[in-house]
Design a protein around this ligand. Structure first.
Ligand code: C2E
Ligand code: MG
Ligand code: MG
Length: 580
């Protein structure tokens, strides 16, 4: 073999070895995830390996091609990528840049590694390119969920509280004010109940998007607090003007209805409460609570309005918190007494019955009226315990009087919606009647329209069961609720009580007289008994007698009395009966 042939074979063998190695590298790169960009720094050679085509449709061989990579990525990531592409620092460092590719809309991570020789001179550089789109969206979604409300795109409660905390810290340093507006859609239930929660959500979403647009200024943040309630925080407002400005902008928008996807146009109003740092409170959560508290005020004053937090509102709130705590104690100690107000037949003025009216005797011996504590008891559920006691005590008392005085009458007991809805209510009542040997026909349950509101069908079924046992049912405070005359005929009741508010003006207002008379005609036609509540004047009595009202209850004939006082009335009644 000649020298030349030998050299040629050697070269071939080397070449083969080289291509074997290259093939090996290529195989490794191609089975790896993503693509590689290899730079031989000393030989200024650049090549691509792996799944390069998944990312770019051009090859990279020189510096100009590298520049094309930069042109391909979204602006927001370009600077970072430039740093990675031209990274040749000393030391064996790695670095990465995340960018979005403009045309393919995928997210890509460029991870770089530089290799150095023994003199710490950079020799090679490899950039590993991977598709991180999935991970990126997952991260974004998590990030989004952590900060935003998915329905409206507004901040969620947690993040809002955090931002509000920052507002407050800044305001503390710069002696500024932070206003919190709590915005609550009026009668949202009607939308939810009437059109379903999907439409309810849609309304919330549309209103939320409007608020989002409205609060684009730097010193404002808005959040979807819960259900139909939104909150806006304003940093350093220009006095009351900013909240007022937002409120007016909301009202302007609400002049137009919201169009829902079911084709309905919904018009809404909102109730707005405003509380300010530092006047109302220095704590973010307390400010939100106070603004919400003020909204309740607006709601009870008839909705569709704005109210600013003030000291009397706070005092009332504190009082109600205190009242609730004291009531809890009273329930545990059974610190209640029953008063009884007599009812008389209009024609012969004979005793028809008595209505049991509960009073709370507080630790100072003072009596607190049911108007003060029953709403609290209904809110915290203690009405169940109080109501049970009222039923038991009034029936026990009735049995005792019946024995003592010998004549029957009707014991009317007020039953609240919550009590009435308890499953075992009927059995409980029958148990008490049985224990004291009282006839069901001697007991009348007074219910208000609020009992009927939630579920008319189920409630009337239960009324039928009670009446099936012979228990009387009376509809109390008629005329103050939704009082539709048309539903009266579907109600299984015995008695209807015309509310005091009608009696108050019946002598002075002609239209009240018209209404009262038509109620009475209706009641008669349906075969119910009628009771007028709150009769205080002789004139009212005479008129009611003349138009055919069956029973009178009011201060004119008798105030609510404690048992011992009422016994004197009974003794007189006994005498009158004996005289007849
Ligand atoms: P109600 O059932 O409509 O009772 C009539 C209320 O009108 C009583 O007020 C009574 O004292 C008052 N009243 C009667 N005649 C006159 C009058 O001529 N002039 C005036 N100014 N007022 C008169 P009270 O005792 O303060 O009770 C208020 C309400 O509290 C009751 O209204 C009833 O809804 C509720 N309540 C009372 N006791 C109970 C109870 O044991 N359980 C439940 N759930 N509610 C009760
Ligand atoms: Mg009543
Ligand atoms: Mg009443």
């Amino acid at each position: 073999m000649s020298e030349l042939e030998y050299q040629l074979d050697l070269l071939k063998a080397m070449n083969q070895k080289l291509t074997e190695k290259e093939r090996m590298y290529q195989a490794v790169c191609e089975s790896a995830d993503g693509a590689f960009l290899y730079f031989s720094l000393d030989k200024t050679r650049i090549c691509t390996l792996g799944q390069w085509k998944d990312f770019f449709d051009f090859d990279v061989r020189n510096g100009a091609d590298v520049q094309r990579i930069l042109d391909e990525v979204d602006e927001s990531g370009a600077a970072e990528l430039q740093r990675v592409l031209y990274l040749e620092k000393t030391g064996n460092e790695t670095d990465a840049a995340d960018c979005q590719l403009k045309t393919r809309r995928i997210w890509v991570r460029f991870r770089v590694r530089v290799f150095y020789d023994s003199d710490r001179r950079p020799v090679d550089k490899v950039i590993h390119i991977t598709n991180i789109t999935k991970q990126r969206y997952k991260d974004d979604e998590l990030l989004y969920m952590a900060y935003y409300d998915s329905l409206t795109g507004l901040y969620n409660r947690n993040y809002f509280v955090r931002l509000l905390g920052e507002y407050i810290r800044n305001a503390e340093e710069s002696n500024s004010i932070v206003s919190i507006m709590n915005i609550d859609i009026d009668e949202f239930n009607k939308v939810n109940d009437g059109m379903g929660i999907v439409m309810g959500d849609e309304l919330v979403q549309q209103f939320g998007l409007f608020l989002k647009d409205l609060c684009q200024q730097d010193n404002m943040i808005a959040c979807h607090l819960h259900r139909d309630v939104f909150c806006i925080a304003i940093y350093d407002p220009a006095g009351r003007r900013t909240a007022e400005y937002i409120y007016n902008a909301i009202r302007d928008r609400l002049k137009e209805p919201f169009r829902l996807s079911n084709g309905f146009d919904i018009s809404i109003t909102v109730s707005v409460g405003v509380a300010e740092y530092p006047e109302a409170s220095r704590s973010a959560l307390e400010l939100i609570n106070y603004a919400e508290l003020v909204v309740f005020r607006v709601k009870s004053a008839g909705r569709n309005g704005i109210q600013y937090f003030n000291a009397p509102i706070l005092n009332d709130y504190m009082d109600s918190v205190e009242l609730e705590n004291r009531l809890k104690e009273a329930v545990a100690n059974k610190d209640f007494v029953l008063y009884y107000q007599p009812q008389y037949y209009t024609g012969n003025r004979r005793l028809r019955g008595v209505e049991a009216l509960v009073r709370w005797r507080d630790s100072d011996g003072e009596l607190i009226g049911p108007g003060t504590f029953i709403p609290v008891a209904e809110k915290n559920g203690s009405i169940i315990t109080i109501g049970k006691w009222v039923v038991e005590e009034s029936i026990r008392q009735y049995a005792e009087w019946r024995r003592q005085f010998g004549f029957p009458f009707i014991m009317s007991i007020n039953i609240s919606a919550l009590q009435y809805k308890k499953e075992n209510f009927v059995n409980f009542l029958l148990g008490v009647l049985d224990r004291y040997q009282v006839k069901p026909s001697e007991v009348e349950l007074e219910i208000t329209e609020s009992v009927l509101i939630d579920d008319f069908g189920t409630v009337t079924e239960k009324l039928k069961v009670l009446r099936g046992y012979g228990i009387r049912i009376s509809l109390d405070d008629f005329g103050t609720g939704f009082s539709s005359l048309s539903y009266l005929k579907k109600l299984p009741i015995d008695t209807l009580k015309i509310d005091k508010s009608f009696i108050d003006t019946v002598m002075t207002d002609a239209s009240t007289r018209v209404i009262t008379e038509s109620i009475l005609n209706m009641v008669k036609a349906l075969g119910f008994e009628s009771i007028a509540e709150g009769v205080q004047e002789e004139q009212q009595y005479k008129y009611l007698h003349a138009i055919g009202c069956d029973v009178i209850q009011g201060y004119l004939f008798g105030r609510p009395l404690p048992p011992k006082e009422l016994e004197k009335v009974f003794a007189g009644n006994q005498q009158a009966q004996a005289d007849r």
